[in-house]
Ligand binder design. Structure first.
Ligand SMILES: *Cc1c(COP(=O)(O)O)cnc(C)c1O
Length: 468
């Protein structure tokens, strides 16, 4: 008899334990004083060092441990005043969908190990490509996050420029490939370039204008200069929402340059692209000009971690780059049952699509349109109200849901003090920002639990603090 299963009684106990945890957690979110808990090093050291028991402690102990040791040392990312970085709140059905996915334990790598998983993922990709009007040949894949989606996209761009790249790698002595990003690009792009062997020395950083958008004249000039010196420009990564201020690069203009220069255009929309659902940012429509787009369902689609997404204008590119024949895996050419292992880096893959599918069906598309619109509105409100405070300076236009600001008086240390005080005294987490050499704070509304009351509380506190 295996001891790795629960008896009927234990299963009932676990079900009850989970239900209780979920209820207690909602109550905690409503009453918690801190988003980031006060650091309890002894508790964390205990978690690190306590040896695992030879015989099991049972189901009850697990839920006790979660309540006593895990939750008190966890950041409340679902708290209505968690407004740091870009980490979406998980929607309400996500934990249940995750549990079902774990019970089914489909391997979404190939369709024999999960027919529904293969098709549900395709349905989500079709919905996403449909939002961008991306055309009949579009396809894509869910990834672990935006960083992985961009890594995959740059692999596609490499394969397009160097069709023999798979065999020769980057060691074949040909001209150096050059990638272009703006100075506001997310570090995941540089990381991908470094990981793929392109080398950071071959990543050109294009300056931005006073609204933090890529300067396209500079891009054109840099491409020309690189060609003259014998380099091979192969990919531009444009931003649909820079990670700090939410700036949207002039994607139409960049696309024109890429077309005439025969360069792959990738759009990093990990933060901003899903704001297209709000119907309020028509500039995002230009994303459809790109060869590929990174999106992050775990941000503005509120799927819960982890879920990134890559969509590609020509889906055949995915298999060209990622399909490998293996004698120990089944052959499949059925267009209905895609093998997603042939479209990305992973073989074994979690059935993450279920979580996104569950939310789209449970709440409906309209709920996501409303939630993204609400994030934009709250950020706009926060931006307006901070901008009129005499002691506060906005560091950038509020393009999406990020609000970057600083206190006019004081240096970087004062900005950090305000960041700390917001957490300590109002239970609000913002992140740091650096824009145009100015240090400040960054609020990002990627949270459907945030309300106008939260914004009021935050503005009142900042007003009091900054006019002391
Ligand atoms: C979050 C983010 C990323 C990285 O995405 P992960 O899902 O965290 O890997 C990349 N680019 C931008 C603009 C982002 O906001």
């Amino acid at each position: 008899m295996t001891r790795l299963l629960l008896s009927d009684d234990e299963r009932r106990q676990a079900n009850a334990g989970l239900a209780k945890f979920m209820d207690e957690f909602e109550a905690l979110l409503a009453s918690a004083k801190h988003v980031v808990p006060p650091e309890n090093r002894p508790a964390l050291e205990h978690l690190l060092q306590e040896p695992f028991p030879r015989s099991g402690l049972g189901v009850g102990q697990f839920f006790t441990d979660v309540r006593e040791q895990v939750v008190p040392n966890s950041t409340l990312i679902s708290h209505p005043r968690f407004l740091a970085y870009v980490v979406g709140t998980a929607n309400g059905i996500a934990p249940y969908a995750d549990a079902v996915a774990t019970v089914l334990n489909q391997n979404a790598g190939f369709s024999e190990l999960g027919g529904a998983a293969s098709v549900i993922e395709q349905a989500i990709i079709n919905w996403v490509t449909g939002i961008f009007d991306y055309g009949p040949s579009a396809g894509g894949i869910l990834t672990s996050g935006g960083s992985t989606a961009t890594l995959n996209a740059i692999s596609l761009a490499l394969t397009q420029s160097r069709p023999d790249f798979r065999h020769t790698g980057l060691q074949s002595g040909s001209r150096p490939l050059v990638l272009y990003v703006s100075d506001e690009a997310h570090k995941s792009v540089a990381k991908a370039a470094a990981t793929l062997g392109i080398g950071l020395d071959n990543v050109r950083v294009v300056p931005t204008d006073n609204a933090f958008r890529m300067r396209t004249e500079d891009l054109g000039m840099m491409i020309g200069k690189d060609r003259e010196s014998g380099k091979e420009p192969f990919c531009v990564v444009a931003n649909a929402g820079t990670v700090t201020s939410g700036a949207i690069d002039p994607i139409d203009d960049i696309a024109r340059i890429c077309r005439s220069e025969d360069i792959w255009l990738h759009v990093d929309g990990a933060y901003g692209a899903f704001f297209i659902l709000s119907g309020q940012r028509s500039a995002l429509g230009a994303c459809r000009q790109a060869d590929s787009i990174t999106l992050d369902p775990h941000k503005l689609l509120f799927s819960g971690l982890e879920a990134g997404c890559l969509i590609v204008k020509e889906k055949s590119r995915l298999a060209e780059t990622f399909a490998f024949h293996s004698s120990y895996l089944p052959e499949n050419s059925d267009p209905l049952l895609l093998d997603h292992m042939d479209h990305g880096i992973q073989l074994s893959r979690r059935f993450n699509a279920l979580r996104i599918w569950a939310a789209l069906r449970t709440f409906g598309v309209e709920a996501f349109e409303d939630a993204t619109r609400k994030c934009l509105e709250l950020a706009e409100d926060l931006g307006h109200r901070l901008a009129v405070l005499p002691a506060i300076e906005l560091l950038a236009p509020v393009e999406l849901s990020a609000v970057c600001f600083r206190t006019r008086q004081g240096g970087a240390e004062d900005q950090r003090r305000l960041l700390h005080a917001l957490n300590e005294e109002t239970g609000t987490l913002f992140g740091p920002a650096l824009l145009g050499h100015k240090s400040g704070l960054r609020a990002c509304v990627a949270n459907f639990r945030t309300t106008t009351d939260d914004i009021n509380l935050i503005v009142d506190f900042i007003h009091r603090w900054s006019s002391r």
